[in-house]
Ligand binder design. Structure first.
Ligand code: GDP
Ligand code: GDP
Length: 436
């Protein structure tokens, strides 16, 4: 089920990123541990009391060399496009400025609820400053202090009142949802077009809410698949759509709604840092992943080219060692037809449950082959292993002391599980718990 989305807008220096960080708290990201991959803190899931939502800091989306006013206008447009509720932030210490009025003008046009916040109201005697802000035309202003964490509860309660009532899921459980992610120009929209152009495919835009209408439903051999956010991939025109941060934002949102993520790389240009970052997000989200090398038609090849490229990918995407790689061309359609079957396999593995008795045989054999490690004279004992979840498959190993299950031995167990059961295309997670 899609979580409601709140976007924060406002001119620079009113405190947007301070408030964003306050609300999302310090979340530790696995991606940050992967060298060269740093978290863009513009999008995060967050919780407030019993509300689960996603939060966007549009202030973090810098739009090239556009003039100041155009930048903040575009950020407001992004908020309107992406969010269910908009929090418009102003600065109580400076009063209403003409830049605030510019933002307000854009937000008036939107049919999205706007909650107005006056930040930097650090103590109660400053509350009078909020009255000026009624003039912006968004009703009662909420006084807050991002740096002191004041007033955020009331503000979020108000925002939550406007969350859409979504009582059902977007799609049936048995429909496989997938998305194509990658930096601009790798060929995502060409690939979607190539897939939708296949004869066996029936296309229909999914009716319903506005957000669902951006997906495409395809039926292949009687089976339904949904391509998440095809509109986002296909339409181009707005200046901000080609910026890196915006494409990261779209990718994160598409990943969240997908079972399987196709990480698209430009075979002609090779791998760059941004590809790694985007792939890291898919991995971190625990989705099934397929690496797609597009534009293979444009690559000068000999018999070693594919092997070399593959090694290059494996070196750069160490964390995606489970992801199959396919070399294809949206232009010539070579191997396009292999995608749907691969997506299906990856999705099946992502939701696969293995039998507990077989799993424990595999672990026992593994321990017999490679004895458990010791630390300061104490040996790891594995009593029992069980699969506790799917999507991705998650295993709990009951042991004498979880500290003794070091990363390298955990890796070894993961490899034994993969050798025994496959799980191609999906990450798997292993946790150690102390047996009581
Ligand atoms: P952004 O450009 O809108 O994202 O603003 P920032 O979050 O970067 O904040 C701009 C400046 O305002 C920083 O120096 C913050 O420390 C400061 N700031 C943010 N929130 C508050 C607040 O509630 N009170 C005060 N006094 N300063 C704040
Ligand atoms: P997106 O931004 O990732 O959606 O990329 P597009 O689908 O818009 O493609 C970017 C450019 O790459 C366009 O000029 C496409 O014609 C070109 N392109 C896409 N796929 C292929 C391919 O398989 N081979 C070649 N040679 N060019 C391609």
């Amino acid at each position: 089920m899609a979580k409601p989305v709140i976007a924060i807008v406002g001119r620079p220096n009113v405190g947007k990123s301070t408030i964003f960080n306050r609300i999302v708290g310090e979340r530790i990201s696995i991606v940050e541990d992967i060298p060269g991959v740093t978290r863009d803190r513009i999008y995060s899931s967050a919780e407030w009391l019993n509300h689960d939502f996603n939060l966007i800091d549009t202030g973090g989306i810098d739009i090239g060399d556009e003039p100041f006013l155009d930048q903040i206008r575009m950020q407001a447009e992004i908020a309107i496009e992406e969010a269910d509720v908009i929090i418009f932030i102003t600065n109580g210490r400076e009063g209403v400025t003409s830049a605030d009025e510019e933002v307000a003008k854009i937000l008036y046009k939107a049919k999205k609820p706007v909650v107005l916040a006056v930040n930097k109201v650090d103590n109660p005697d400053m509350r009078e400053q909020i009255y000026d802000f009624y003039s912006l035309g968004f009703g009662e202003p909420f006084p807050i202090s991002g740096s002191h964490g004041l007033g955020l509860g009331d503000l979020l309660d108000e925002a939550a009142k406007h969350f859409p009532k979504r009582d059902t899921k977007d799609y049936d459980d048995d429909v496989i949802k997938f998305s194509l992610i990658g930096r601009p120009n790798v060929g995502k929209s060409s690939l979607v077009n190539a897939m939708l152009g296949e004869e066996r495919v029936i296309v229909s835009n999914v009716a319903g809410t506005t957000r669902d209408a951006i997906d495409s439903q395809v039926t292949v051999n009687g089976e339904e698949f949904v391509i998440i956010d095809t509109a986002g991939m296909r339409k181009k025109g707005k200046v901000y759509e080609s910026t890196e941060k915006y494409s990261v934002l779209r990718a994160l949102r598409a990943i969240e709604r997908s079972d399987v993520v196709l990480v698209v790389i430009d075979g002609e240009e090779g791998i760059i840092e941004q590809d790694k970052k985007i792939a890291g997000y898919a991995h971190e989200a625990g989705r099934a992943v397929i690496i797609v090398v597009n534009k293979w038609d444009a690559v000068e090849k000999d018999e070693k080219t594919m092997k070399t490229f593959e090694q290059n990918i494996r070196e750069h995407f160490l964390f995606l060692d489970y992801a199959p790689i396919v070399f294809l061309s949206a232009k010539t359609k070579k191997r396009i037809h292999t995608l749907i079957p691969m997506i299906k396999v990856a999705s099946e593995n992502h939701t696969r449950r293995v039998e507990t008795s077989v799993l424990n045989d595999v672990i026992m054999d593994a321990v017999a082959m490679n004895p458990t490690p010791t630390d300061k004279g104490k040996r790891l004992k594995i009593y029992y292993t069980t699969q506790v979840a799917v999507g991705p498959p998650t295993f709990v190993v009951f042991v004498n002391d979880p500290e003794l299950l070091h990363f390298s031995y955990e890796r070894f167990l993961e490899n034994r599980i993969r050798d025994a059961f496959g799980f191609e295309g999906t990450p798997i997670k292993i946790f150690a718990r102390e047996r009581k």
